[in-house]
Each structure stands twice: as C-alpha cells, then as structure tokens.
Design a binder for this molecule. Structure first.
Ligand SMILES: Cc1ncc(COP(=O)(O)O)c(C=O)c1O
Length: 368
C-alpha cells in the first residue's frame, strides 16, 4: 500500500445505496439500470446512441464488427497506447497498421496516419490518450477526403472536448472505459457512443447473442451470430450514481492537474505534455516527461508515492513485433520517447494540496 496512491475510486454513500438498491431488486443482469447508465453517458457526451459493454476492449471489438470490418481489411492504430487498441483489430481478423505518435502530445501523428491510408484501409482508431482530446480539425479533414471510419479509443477521455464539442459525439463511433482507474467507473465496463442508429442497433443485437425481439414480444429470434457482452445492472448501478458527480469531479481533476503543471513549470528537468489546441483535457491521467524514468519511478515508490509509466509502445512487445498481421510504418521514435519518459502522477478525488506538494517536491528531489 502506498501513502499516496496513483488513483482512488470516488465512492460516496449515494453510490453504495444505488448498488444496494439493485441488489435488493433481485434483477442482476443487464436491464433498466444499464439502460439508465447508457442514457446518462449519451446525454453527457451529446451522442444519440450509447451501448454498454463489458469493457472498452469488447466495445471496440463490437464497433469494428458493426462497421463490417474483418478479414483482409486494414485498420490504422497509434504505437503508443494500451495494447487493447491494436489487439481488437487482430481479434476481428483484420490487419493492424501501426503509426507513430507526436511526442509532444503523445497522440497519433496525423501526417503519418494520412501517409498510411491505402485502398485496404477501412478505419483508424485514434486514441484520446490520458484524456487529451483528438484534434478534430485534422481528423475531419481526413474523414472528408477518404472513406475510412474513425473509431475513437476514448477509454480515458470521458469529459474531454474539442472546440466545445464533447468526446463521444465527434467520431463515427467512440468507446469509453469504466475500469476502476477511470474517474467514472462500473468496476469493469465500457460504453460505445454513436449517432448512427443502424450501428447502435447492430451492437445491441450482437452483445445479446444476436437476438432480435420478435413482434409478439413473447419470443425472440436469433438473427445473427452474436455474443454476450452485457453489462450487469449491479455494475451499472455504480456508474449511474457516479456520473451524477461528473462535472464536479472533472473540475476537481482540472484543478489538480493545473496545480502540478504550475509546480513544475519552471523546472527544466520536467517536461509537460502539450494539450491539443482548442481542446479541453479531462486529466484522466496526468503525466510528465522525465529522464531516467524507471529509476525515478522506483525512488518515488520507495518513498510511498505510487507513480506509474504512462502507457505502452506496441513495437516493444512480441504480440505485435512478431506478428505477421501487424505492420509498423516507421521506427516509432515519438512513441519510444513517450514510453521512456512519461511518468503518471497520483491524481484522485479529495487529493490535498499537501499531498500534491509532497509528490511535486519528492519528484524534484529524486530527479537527475
Ligand atoms: C487507451 C486504452 N484503450 C483501451 C483500454 C482498455 O480498457 P478496458 O480495460 O475497459 O477494456 C485502456 C485501459 O486503460 C486504455 O487506456
């Protein structure tokens, strides 16, 4: 246990009461509470449809399948991301084309993405990493000039926005994670948002074993091969109660991130990742760039402060590097820089100024 942990779930009495109410209802599988959670997410992000899933990973998989992507198709992903972004491409039988990221923002390099679009490309999965929104000026231009779909891996980006439009309303399909490290959690879970009714309906059917309710409403028809990615009402109960606090939690996160960034602003040993122009970050994760990251991480942990790497560089992992269904477009220098230097700092609801100051001062002490 760390004195100052990396994250803490927001867990108030009203949240526990809501879960208790679900347990008492006796209805535990996906049902009215999950519907309520979907509706709340759709409203918060300004999307017409929201489909809950068991995770962001299964949500991304459903999204690609709903678009009819599969064998023989190519999907472009950034190298610096959680591996699930790329794994889903191979899971559905398509090939992964991996491009570099901009080391300043750690987001996909839009020029590298453009350069890799071929007749086989069906989609790109840009990642609004750590809650930094994507640059929709760049992506919209690509979307308009090609016919590739944009499936946003918005695992960390609930609450972020670009030019005032919320993440979740901008891509063809966006997928959020509600894993416990995410500030709106359901334990495990994901939500998929889209403005396309046909894709939403397809995903709802797919995650319910390919069912379609028959007209009589007494029986169902298995309409396609599907699976079970339903999100239980027990888990959705946490999300429904938590999401009511979303704006307050976001304001707090933004204040905490601003404190860190001001604290480090004049220390040239500490790099601050850039925020997308015209974007508002949700600060799901607050990273800085430091030299000797692994040694710094160990030194901070030994002093009771839980810090973590940012995320992973796909080209460094055998699942992708030794994978004939995975092609790397370049040497991934931007991603390598991000991987070797990024350090995620503790940030959680209720974090005090004294705790943040201790994190900041300790980091300055242990830095080379
Ligand atoms: C960018 C990104 N994509 C996908 C995932 C996977 O999310 P989940 O655990 O909900 O499947 C994560 C997890 O943190 C992530 O950070």
């Amino acid at each position: 246990m760390y004195r100052i942990p990396l994250s803490k779930p927001f867990m108030t009495e009203d949240i526990m009461d809501r879960v208790r109410a679900v347990l008492k209802s006796g209805f535990l599988t996906e049902g009215p509470v999950t519907r309520e959670f979907e509706q709340a997410v759709a409203e918060k992000v300004g999307a017409t449809h929201c489909v809950a899933a068991t995770s962001c990973t299964t949500g991304l998989e459903m999204a690609l399948r709903a678009l009819g992507i599969g064998l023989g198709d190519e999907v472009i992903v950034p190298d610096y991301t959680y591996p699930a972004t790329a794994m889903v491409v191979n899971i559905i039988g398509a090939e992964c084309v991996v491009v570099d990221v901009d080391p300043r923002t750690m987001l996909i390099d839009y020029d590298a993405l453009k350069a890799e679009i071929s007749p086989k490309t069906r989609a790109v999965i840009p990642v609004s990493l750590f809650g930094n929104p994507l640059d929709w000026d760049r992506l919209r231009e690509i979307r308009e000039r090609t016919d590739i779909f944009i499936v946003e891996d918005a695992a960390c980006a609930l609450g972020s926005s670009h030019r005032g439009a919320m993440t979740g309303s901008l891509a063809d399909i966006s997928v959020f994670s509600h894993h416990p490290r995410k500030f709106i959690t359901t334990g495990e879970g994901g939500t998929v948002t889209t403005n396309n009714a046909e894709w939403a309906e397809w995903m709802v059917s797919y995650k319910h074993f390919g069912l379609r309710r028959a007209d009589s409403r007494l029986s169902c028809e298995f309409y396609r091969i599907g699976t079970n990615y339903k999100l239980s009402d027990v888990l959705a109960g946490i999300g429904v109660a938590q999401i009511r606090h979303m704006e307050g939690l976001l304001t707090e996160r933004r204040g905490l991130a601003a404190f860190y960034r001001a604290f480090f602003a004049d220390d040239e040993r500490i790099g601050l990742p850039e925020i997308t122009q015209n974007g508002e970050h949700s600060w799901q994760t607050c990273c800085v760039f430091v030299k000797e990251r692994d040694r710094v991480m160990e030194a901070m942990r030994s002093r009771g402060i839980e810090v973590q790497i940012g995320t992973y560089a796909l080209h460094m992992h055998p699942a992708f590097a030794n994978n004939p269904a995975c092609r790397f477009a370049s040497a991934m220098e931007g991603s390598r820089y991000a991987f070797e230097h990024s350090l995620a700092l503790p940030l959680y609801p209720g974090m005090t100024e004294a705790e943040q100051t201790e994190v900041g001062e300790t980091l300055k002490e242990v830095l080379p």
